[in-house]
Design a binder for this molecule. Structure first.
Ligand SMILES: N[C@@H](Cc1c[nH]c[nH+]1)C(=O)O
Length: 359
């Protein structure tokens, strides 16, 4: 294990690399407001944040990442375009694997630039790939925007689309919902009874939900039961899409073909094509770069476009050495009416040093 000093030293030299690209150094506080910011992260990180409270400031969390505070800071007073870099600890509780660090150093780079999003995606990826050059790691890329476009293009009720959209981040829940909406799995017995009116809700009220909430939920379930199933053809297209995997070059061809039957993904696929060209322009061999349409579904829920990661070849059980992605919608949520396309990524100097010590 590298010492803290060694890790910090590597972090400083990686941050210097990003500074040399014109990024401004930022140092968001370790304590962040939990109540307003925590829901931007998604279920996994929410469950793993260290939360504490303060009589004056209310709920506070130890920062689980830098992206959210950096976006907040940029949207409050950043001039654009802007590039930022940072190095410091993030904190996430580990519930399953005690071997995984609950506190570790990240070095990151974030780009807020509306001129050419594809070029910005490629810039972030290429800089991180360059910083990892020579390390035994393999990249993987994906695109959450294509999935989102496919879901929002489904011919079904808005409630069903919203439910699928929420569960993009929980692949097995997503599959179960899709099967249910397609009428491929039977409605659970208890729900069938509820819908048939066989269960009354005049039992003593002991739960957290109010009576009105329960009634609303039952009405929503009834409306859902009356909606026609999503067609087998549409479900098959989503499944074909999710299974797309291969080199970026090959995956792009498959997705372009699929877009002929699924016009709603055409724009997102065109963005992928532009990104592939921008990556090639930065000397990334796209005919060898892995792409998987389902990659990125278990990471930060603020991603809505390009996603990428680098995995240590000899340690498939380790967390990724570097990860990142595009988060345009997050800037809107924190922007008070403003928004700007944004993308970034982080590296883990501690894991990089461990990898080097391996050899
Ligand atoms: N903040 C993300 C990484 C990232 C930076 N910029 C975009 N994504 C994480 O901690 O996983």
């Amino acid at each position: 294990m590298p010492t803290r000093a060694e890790t910090n030293e590597r972090a400083a030299s990686l941050r210097a690399l990003f500074e040399a690209q014109g990024a401004a150094v930022v140092e968001p506080p370790i304590l962040q407001p939990a109540d307003t910011l925590l829901d931007l992260y998604g279920e996994d990180i929410r469950a793993r944040a260290y939360i504490t409270s303060d009589a004056l400031r209310g709920e506070q969390m130890l920062r689980p990442d830098f992206t959210v505070p950096v976006v907040q800071m940029h949207m409050a007073h950043g001039a654009e375009p802007a590039r930022y870099t940072y190095a410091g600890e993030v904190f996430r509780r580990q519930e399953q694997d005690p071997e995984r660090a609950n506190e570790y150093v990240q070095v990151g780079y974030e780009v807020f630039d509306r001129t050419d999003p594809a070029a910005a995606d490629a810039e972030v990826f290429a800089l991180i790939a360059e910083a990892l050059k020579g390390q035994p790691v393999t990249p993987i890329t994906g695109d959450i925007g294509i999935l989102m476009a496919a879901v929002s293009g489904l011919e079904t009720t808005d409630d069903r689309k919203a439910a699928l959209m929420r569960h993009i981040w929980r692949p097995s829940r997503f599959d179960a919902l899709l099967n249910r909406f397609a009428g491929r799995t039977p409605v659970p017995e208890t729900r069938a009874a509820l819908l048939a009116g066989e269960v009354t809700t005049d039992a003593p009220h002991i739960g957290l939900r109010s009576g009105a909430e329960i009634d609303r939920r039952i009405a929503a379930l009834r409306a859902d039961a009356e909606a026609p199933p999503i067609s087998a053809e549409q479900v098959a297209r989503i499944e074909t899409l999710l299974a797309v995997k291969g080199t970026l070059t090959d995956a792009l061809v498959k997705l372009q073909t699929l877009a002929q039957d699924l016009p709603e993904i055409a724009e997102a696929v065109a963005r992928l094509a532009a990104r592939a060209a921008a990556l090639a322009a930065r000397d990334i061999p796209t005919d060898a770069l892995p792409f998987a349409a389902s990659y990125g579904r278990t990471s930060m829920e603020y991603y809505d476009g390009f996603v990428f990661g680098f995995q240590a070849d000899a340690h498939p059980d380790w967390p990724e050495i570097a990860t990142g992605g595009r988060y345009d919608a997050l800037t809107r949520r924190l922007g008070n009416g403003a928004e700007i396309p944004a993308v970034g990524g982080v590296m883990r100097p501690g894991l990089m040093l461990e990898l080097e010590a391996d050899r």
